[in-house]
Design a protein around this ligand. Structure first.
Ligand SMILES: NC(=O)c1ccc[n+]([C@@H]2O[C@H](COP(=O)([O-])OP(=O)(O)OC[C@H]3O[C@@H](n4cnc5c(N)ncnc54)[C@H](O)[C@@H]3O)[C@@H](O)[C@H]2O)c1
Length: 316
């Protein structure tokens, strides 16, 4: 049997993720679900019709799900489930403003995932990301390595893109890293940033790096303000799809993701943005990076900020 991946939520993020996953042509089936009657079926029909043009064999199956879990049998035995269900931000909103409404949605989805796809690796993208990832683990009761969140890949890609544009070099010459939370306590790691192997700190003045860091931290809000309705999805879906591909291929690729950290960096028991090796079991291991004292202090501060918020989600 080939691999099966489910994307819950057929909005902008979910539908672009499903199309990217199908185009990789490494899955037998991509299941796309939503609560809006006909939306996932219509999108799946459209995506399947792109198969002869793009030349992939993966089949996309669209399924409308009901309030009592109707339709969820279609996700049975999924190897991977990507949870994108939930409201996106509007201009002026912080990700944290979505906490109450998205917690209800993510908890309900996660319970159905646990019931119908008990062996899946879960990749959460709904915001606020760190809290929704922690909630999905609580609601599924899956081992913590099998539940992770997508944020660091996106934040890092934004930082890399800004550096490449500033220096007018190819994006592939640039390596950047962000850790911490998907929000105000995002921790950029300039000491690990290079351009063609040269330290970024030798190529740009500290004030310019700080300017790019601030733009990266506000990268989502910048897109939201321009779109006026809805949030970013091309770069976010690329990040989630690459994570799912690494799981499907058991590649061991090291990526910045939201993972359960327990002991690494001297931080205990919290979902936090760190680098991790991704494979068939989800998080194979958290990979510790050499950090400067101030970067480590920033990561510990981020850990305490998300720990405080994650403690509240149990009651949501
Ligand atoms: N982690 C990240 O980096 C990142 C980046 C961008 C967006 N996001 C988040 O991803 C989420 C989705 O964003 P979007 O742009 O696709 O929004 P969207 O409004 O386009 O789509 C959300 C979809 O979820 C569906 N939905 C709602 N409740 C559901 C349920 N119980 N089961 C199944 N589907 C349900 C809606 O009907 C809608 O189609 C938002 O919470 C957004 O903030 C995260």
């Amino acid at each position: 049997m080939g691999k099966k991946v489910t994307v819950v939520g057929a909005g902008f993020y979910g539908s672009t993720t499903a199309q990217r996953l199908a185009e990789y042509d490494v899955f037998e089936t991509v299941v796309l679900t939503d609560i809006v009657e006909g939306k996932p079926e219509g999108l799946a029909l459209d995506m399947n019709q792109s198969r002869p043009i793009e030349g992939f064999e993966t089949k996309i199956v669209g399924v409308t799900t009901g309030p009592n879990g109707e339709g969820y049998e279609a996700i049975a035995d999924s190897d991977i489930v990507v949870i994108t269900a939930g409201l996106p931000r509007k201009p002026g909103m912080s990700r944290m403003d979505l906490l109450g409404v998205n917690a209800k949605i993510v908890r309900g989805v996660a319970e159905q995932v646990a019931k119908h796809a008990p062996n899946a690796v879960v990749i959460v993208v709904s915001n606020p990301l760190d809290e929704m990832t922690a909630l999905a683990q609580i609601a599924t009761q899956f081992p913590k390595n099998r539940v992770m969140g997508q944020a660091g890949m996106l934040d890092t890609a934004r930082f890399t893109n800004f550096v490449a544009e500033t220096l007018d070099v190819p994006v592939k010459s640039v390596k950047t890293l962000t850790l911490g939370s998907h929000g105000d306590t995002m921790v950029p790691v300039p000491s690990q940033c290079t351009v063609d192997g040269k330290p970024l700190t030798d190529l740009l003045p500290a004030e310019k790096i700080e300017e790019l860091v601030v733009r990266t931290r506000n990268g989502g809000a910048e897109v939201v303000a321009l779109l006026k309705t809805g949030s970013a999805y091309y770069a976010p879906s690329a990040a989630a799809a690459r994570m799912a591909k690494a799981v499907a291929e058991d590649s061991g690729a090291v990526m910045p993701v939201c993972a359960w950290v327990d002991g690494e960096y001297g931080i205990n028991g919290v979902y936090l943005g760190v680098e991790a090796a991704i494979g068939a079991s989800g998080i194979k291991s958290v990979v510790e990076t050499a950090l400067t004292d101030s970067e480590l202090a920033g990561l510990k501060e981020a850990a305490e900020a998300v720990r405080a918020k994650q403690a509240d989600i149990v009651s949501l």
